[in-house]
Design a protein around this ligand. Sequence first.
Ligand SMILES: CC(C)(COP(=O)(O)OP(=O)(O)OC[C@H]1O[C@@H](n2cnc3c(N)ncnc32)[C@H](O[C@H]2O[C@H](COP(=O)(O)OP(=O)(O)OP(=O)(O)O)[C@@H](O)[C@H]2O)[C@@H]1O)[C@@H](O)C(=O)NCCC(=O)NCCS
Ligand SMILES: Nc1ncnc2[nH]cnc12
Length: 291
Amino acid sequence: MHALNLQPKTLSLAERLADLAVDALIDEADLSPKPALVDRRGNGAHTDLHLGLMHASALSLWPAFRAMADAAIAFGEIGLPLREAVGRIGREGEQAMLDTTGGVNTHRGAIWALGLLVTAAALDPESTAASSVSIRAARLALLDDRYAPRPLSHGAQVAQRYGARGAREEAQLGFPAVTQRALPQLLHSRAAGHGEQNARLDALLAIMTNLADTCVLYRAGEQGLYTMQRGAQAVLDAGGSSSLAGRRRLHELDQQLIALNASPGGAADLLAACLFIDRIESGDSLKQGAF
Ligand SMILES: CC(C)(COP(=O)(O)OP(=O)(O)OC[C@H]1O[C@@H](n2cnc3c(N)ncnc32)[C@H](O[C@H]2O[C@H](COP(=O)(O)OP(=O)(O)OP(=O)(O)O)[C@@H](O)[C@H]2O)[C@@H]1O)[C@@H](O)C(=O)NCCC(=O)NCCS
Ligand SMILES: Nc1ncnc2[nH]cnc12
C-alpha cells in the first residue's frame, strides 16, 4: 500500500506566473460592484457573458501563460523570435478561450496585456518592479509580429473613426493606465484603510477616468467614453468606493453605462494587469515554494 504523498509540488517559475495571471483574471471578474461589467451581482452590459464563463475563460488561458513564460526563459532576451513565439502562443490561447466560451470574446485584451507582462516577468524574475516589467513588456509590444493577422477589429475601426489609442498602444507605452493611475490609486486607497475590495474598485475607476477604452467607443461612441471617464472621476472625487457618497455615484455610473450598452472591458483587463503587477512587484510570490 502506498502512503499519500502530501509533499507540496514545487512549481516552476512559468507555472507560478501562469497561476498569478489566472488569479488576477479571477479576482478582476469577482470584484463587485464594477460598473457595467460582469461581476458577482450580474452581467452588466453583457447578454453573452456571465461570471462562470469569465472563470472558465480565465482557467483556459493557464497553458498559454505558462507557455509564454517558458518561451521567455528559453529565448532569454527581447527580440523578434520571442515576440513571434508569444504572438503564436497568444493566438492559440485565444482559440482555447473561444473553444471554452462557445465563441464569446471574454479575454482577448487580457491575453495581450497579461501575456506581455507574464513574458516580461519571466525574462528577469529578479527585476519585478512595475516600471521594469512594464518597460520590458513595452519593448516586446513594439516589435512587429510578421505572422499576426490584421483584421478590421473593433479596436481598429474605432482607431480609424476617433483616432483613439487602443490596447496595442497602451502596451507600447508601457501600460501608463496601470503604472501611472491604477497602481498608485490601489496603494493610496489601501494606505487610507479603505479595504482591499474598495481599493481595487478605486484602481479600476482610476483607469476609467482616462482610458480610451475601445470597447466603450465601439459600443457607445464618444458619449459613452465621456460618461465613463467623467463618472469614474466623480466617484473618486466623492471619496471613492468606500464612502457613501462615492457608492451613490458608482451606482449612478453603473446605471448610465448599462443604459448606453457601454462595457469598459479594456479597463477591466488593465485592472487584472494591475493586480498581476501588484503581486509580482514584491517578488515574494515568485520565490520558490510561495504557493
Ligand atoms: C493587439 C490586440 C490587442 C488587438 O487589438 P485591437 O486594438 O486591434 O482591437 P480589438 O481586438 O478590438 O481589442 C483589443 C481588446 O483590448 C481591450 N481594450 C480595449 N481598449 C483598450 C485600451 N485602451 N487599452 C488596453 N486594452 C484595451 C478590450 O478587451 C476586453 O474587451 C473585450 C470584450 O468586449 P466586448 O465589447 O464585449 O466584445 P467584442 O468581441 O469586442 O464585441 P461584441 O461582439 O461582443 O459586441 C474582452 O476581450 C476584454 O478582454 C478589447 O476588446 C491583440 O488582441 C492582437 O493582436 N490580437 C490578434 C491575435 C494575436 O496575435 N494575439 C496574440 C497577442 S500576444
Ligand atoms: N468583468 C468583465 N466584464 C466584461 N468584460 C470583461 N472583460 C474582461 N473582464 C470583463
